[in-house]
Design a binder for this molecule. Structure first.
Ligand code: PEP
Ligand code: MG
Length: 906
């Protein structure tokens, strides 16, 4: 037989299971699994992700012919189980068609419900159910969804309403009603007619009437949606490969819109925003799934406690809540009990927080989906630690459950408490995704992207968001919506992105055409500042000050747990006492790179520095350096003090000299006056310092070797600071690092300057201090000759920024001109300056470490390029046996967790 492309499930049986997510997608695999563990699921089948690949290789026609027999058989299986017939007029089977990739991509691809209806079937469905309103409501939804997804009915301009919604508004207006469910059967019939006419007018296509034609159209549309713009963007953000493809699940429809004993909803076994161990979710009586997420009707809470919390935030009284918005627990207690039992069963089975969709059809509960829920970084940490404490998972699993990069969210600034007290609360919405956001109001995704590119911070304000808004949401500081609940598109996507979001702020009156939002008489325009508190749902007018986050609670516990497993140490790159302190609070055990050039850039220092560079001879340079010395020494003292007791690697001056000299006339005149020389002299010197390839020019130890006075001054400042602290009883461990070494002799000459100056200083002071002299390994030649270099150098620090530059031959400063094309064409999978190229640059790191340690077994090796804070690169550093990684302060917890995970994976 040809390979199997379709897997059926239903009635407690399934051809697939949870472990087959690569082939069946997350949704398909879990639908099969739910059948196997006794959770009620409507019967159906899943077309594999391999078929998606075939679809893109062979095209639509070929794939449909490959699938035809299996799909028809699988439909027959559903017909048997449901005792109805696909396309039949008197006893019709209707199906849903949904996407489902290996990794969940909520809302990014397409879904079609109620498929199988046409003008005759709808009459048959009316007769069968005796419920004309339901039949016609289902039909108008189907035409609307199919028209949008398969036939491509979209708004023409971004300010325009959805073409179908516009027709609904028009019909409601003519009838003088406000809500969709106030429309009567005749109105629904009218809508269907108008929808079809609009489809014909805009797309030139007739609406298909044959059930199988509809089905193939829908299946192909789901495959097509794998390559829609937002799905591609989402995959890029989440690092999901394009090759994976999506599966397609086709299932018998069950209906939440059959009357007051029917309902539909979305629920979570724990709180996806905070991680609190509290079952929660939203539902609507007499509705279909998309109503809950689309924010058209205000969904109600599933649990009573959730409902009461909601009412408090929404300013709704208890009486009003209980009568108008009762929870499912109150309104459908029997069903609620079943739902609660099944959600517990699913969480226990998967041992993780579940995000579930369900429908109640005339008093019977069905599950349509379960998946490990998307969550914020804070929730990720809390849920992992709670599951561990509750005995559901072990320590190692808890550590592996947290994505290191997600910790970044816990380090984002929070609102300053005193600033909050002063701030004016404009309105409130739901606390959909925690965090603090301040920015300028924009209403459209493309404006958000444009303003962001121009360096502005923006908050996206929308009536509701849709998957088309993804690119805007990705760059916004926060998202505010007028409609939609905790499971709305905005809320779910924002939580996935770790972005602050306040949803369903009903007091907002947004006018897209005028680009304004009015709240209780306050009118805000595009560009005005607004602030959001995603943890409380509060919305403030103007800017609110923020302060840095802290490492505490579950986060601190997780880090402690990480330390139990890590072998790799984590240091920080820091150039100021403040950065050193921040990093130390995040658990850094030393400084791996202190870039001294950053200390020369301000005030009087830059003047003295310029004087040194522009001087005619060594004598002039020494005079200028003597002015810099006290500044440097004070700077080092501050840093050593902040890192007392820990090693601090100070790198000697590295950047090209022309970066320091003035290129403007005013600055040049100032230097001429200061130094008592002519403007012409200064200009000639500045010109002579210009280089064609400054990155490959007069920098690093080439400076120290041509101007040893600089090395002497810096050595004196470093060790002088350490000696002063020694007198104060503060312990220091200075490590002096030579940058950009390529040749052993380059290093040796610098080393002898350093040691000679140290001896001189120690003699002058009458005291000494232990220190090490080592080198950056950032030039391929240094890596290739690492055994020779290790004969003199006491430690290696891999400067993978320069090492990447010189291994690939890509300029660090100019890669932007071709990188996007390289990524697009998949010549490069990722930016090698962000993610360490393990096959190339990584091999140099591995080889140099091995060669170096062959000569000097206790050679301390670390990495201090940007890769030191990137999880996959950190894991590589663990594998090759480095002693430490060094990264910017806010990446320290991320590196610590990645280091623990590397040890566990080993
Ligand atoms: C490096 O090259 O990786 C490095 C850390 O040094 P810099 O980025 O300062 O050149
Ligand atoms: Mg470098």
């Amino acid at each position: 037989m040809d390979k199997k492309r379709v897997y059926t499930f239903g009635n407690g049986l399934a051809e697939g299971k949870a472990g087959m997510r690569n082939l069946l997608g997350g949704k398909g695999a879990n639908l099969a699994e739910m059948n196997l563990i006794g959770v009620p699921v409507p019967p159906g089948f899943t077309i594999t992700t391999d078929v998606c690949t075939e679809y893109y290789e062979m095209g639509q026609e070929k794939v449909v012919s490959l699938l035809k027999e299996e799909v028809e058989k699988a439909i027959a299986n559903i017909e048997n189980l449901m005792r109805s017939k696909f396309g039949d007029v008197e006893n019709p089977l209707l199906v849903s068609v949904r996407s489902g990739a290996r990794a969940s991509m909520p809302g990014m691809m397409d879904t079609i419900l109620n498929l199988g209806l046409n003008d005759e079937v709808v009459e048959g469905l009316t007769r069968k159910t005796g419920n004309a309103r339901f039949a016609w409501d289902s039909y108008r939804r189907f035409v609307q969804m199919y028209g949008d997804v398969v036939l491509g009915m979209k708004p023409v301009n971004k300010e325009d309403q959805d073409p179908f919604e516009a027709i609904i508004e028009e019909v409601k207006h003519a009838k003088g009603v406000k809500l969709d469910n106030e429309l009567e059967v005749e109105d629904l019939k009218e809508l269907v007619k108008k929808f079809k006419a609009a489809v014909k007018a805009q797309t030139g296509k007739d609406f298909p009437t044959c059930a199988y034609e509809q089905l193939w159209g829908a299946i192909c549309a789901v495959f097509n949606s794998w390559m829609n713009e937002r799905a591609i963007l989402y995959r890029k953000m989440e690092g999901i490969p394009d090759e994976w493809g999506t599966a397609v699940s086709v299932q018998a429809m069950v209906f939440g819109n059959m009357g007051d004993t029917s309902a539909t909803g979305v629920c979570f076994s724990r709180d996806a925003a905070t991680g609190e161990d509290l079952f929660n979710g939203e539902y609507l009586i007499n509705a279909q799934g998309e109503d809950v997420v689309a924010g058209i009707r205000t969904p109600q809470q599933i649990t009573k406690i959730g409902s009461q919390r909601w009412a408090q935030l929404a300013g709704v009284s208890e009486e009003e809540r209980a009568s108008k918005y009762p929870s499912m627990e109150e309104a459908m207690p029997e069903i609620y009990k079943q739902l609660d039992e099944l959600q517990t069963k699913l969480e226990n089975h998967y041992k993780d927080m579940q995000d579930m969709e369900f429908t109640v059809q005339e008093g019977k509960l069905w599950f349509l989906q379960t998946r490990n829920g998307k969550r914020t970084g804070a929730a990720m940490v809390k849920i992992a630690m709670d599951l561990f404490r509750q005995g559901m998972i072990d320590e190692k699993t808890a550590l592996m459950r947290v994505e290191p990069n997600k910790l970044d969210e816990l380090l984002h600034p929070v609102f300053d408490k005193s600033a909050l007290k002063q701030a004016k609360v404009l309105t409130r919405g739901l606390p959909a995704s925690p965090g603090a956001a301040t920015g300028q109001i924009v209403f459209f995704a493309d404006d958000a992207a444009e303003w962001h590119a121009a360096g502005k911070r923006v908050v996206m304000v929308r009536i509701e968001t849709s998957p088309e808004d993804l690119a805007g949401m990705a760059v916004a500081e926060g998202i505010l919506t007028a409609r939609g609940g905790m499971t709305s598109h905005a809320a779910v996507v924002a939580r996935g992105m770790g972005k602050c979001c306040v949803s369903g702020a009903g007091a907002l009156n947004i006018d897209y055409k005028a680009r304004t939002v009015e709240v209780d008489g306050v009118l805000l325009k595009e560009g005005d500042f607004i602030s959001l508190n995603g943890s409380t749902g509060e919305v403030y007018q103007g800017k609110v000050e923020t302060k840095a986050a802290e490492l505490s609670g579950d986060f601190a516990d997780l880090m402690k747990l990480a330390d139990k497993y890590t072998r790799l140490q984590v240091r920080t790159n820091a150039d100021t006492p403040h950065d050193a302190e921040v990093a130390r609070n995040f658990g850094a055990v030393g400084i791996g790179l202190c870039r001294t050039e950053h200390m020369f850039f301000e005030g009087e220092k830059i003047k003295a520095m310029r004087e040194m560079i522009l001087a005619e001879n060594a004598e002039g340079r020494r005079k200028a350096l003597a002015k810099i010395l006290p500044y440097q020494q004070a700077d080092f003292k501050g840093i050593f003090k902040a890192m007392a007791g820990c090693p601090v690697t100070v790198r000697l001056l590295d950047p090209p000299l022309h970066e320091f000299v003035p290129h403007d006339l005013k600055g040049q005149q100032e230097m001429a006056d200061t130094m008592g020389v002519s403007l012409q002299y200064i200009q000639q010197r500045v010109e002579s310092l210009c280089e064609h390839n400054p990155m490959l020019g007069h920098r690093g130890c080439r400076l120290g070797n041509t101007y040893p006075e600089i090395t002497q001054m810096q050595t004196r400042a470093i060790l002088g600071a350490a000696l002063e602290l020694k007198k104060e009883g503060i312990e220091t461990h200075p490590e002096i690092m030579v940058p950009l070494t390529g040749i052993l002799y380059e290093f040796q000459q610098q080393e002898s300057v350093i040691r000679a100056e140290a001896d001189k200083l120690f003699e002058e002071v009458g005291d000494r201090i232990d220190f090490k002299v080592g080198t950056m390994i950032e030039i391929p030649r240094a890596a290739l000759t690492a055994d020779r270099i290790a004969s003199s150098a006491e430690f290696f620090s891999f400067g993978t920024n320069d090492l990447t530059q010189m291994t690939f031959g890509y300029s660090r400063d100019d890669i932007a001109s071709f990188l996007p094309v390289y990524l697009e064409k998949k010549i490069l999978k990722v930016d090698p300056f962000q993610v360490l190229d393990q096959n190339g640059v990584g091999q140099l790191v591995r080889m140099a470490t091995e060669k170096g340690r062959a000569i000097r077994p206790d050679l301390k090796c670390g990495i201090c390029g940007e890769h030191g804070g990137e999880p996959s690169s950190v894991k590589f550093c663990h594998k090759v046996g480095l002693n430490y990684v060094s990264c910017s302060p806010f990446r320290v917890p991320i590196a610590r967790l990645a280091a623990a995970q590397a040890a566990i994976e080993e």
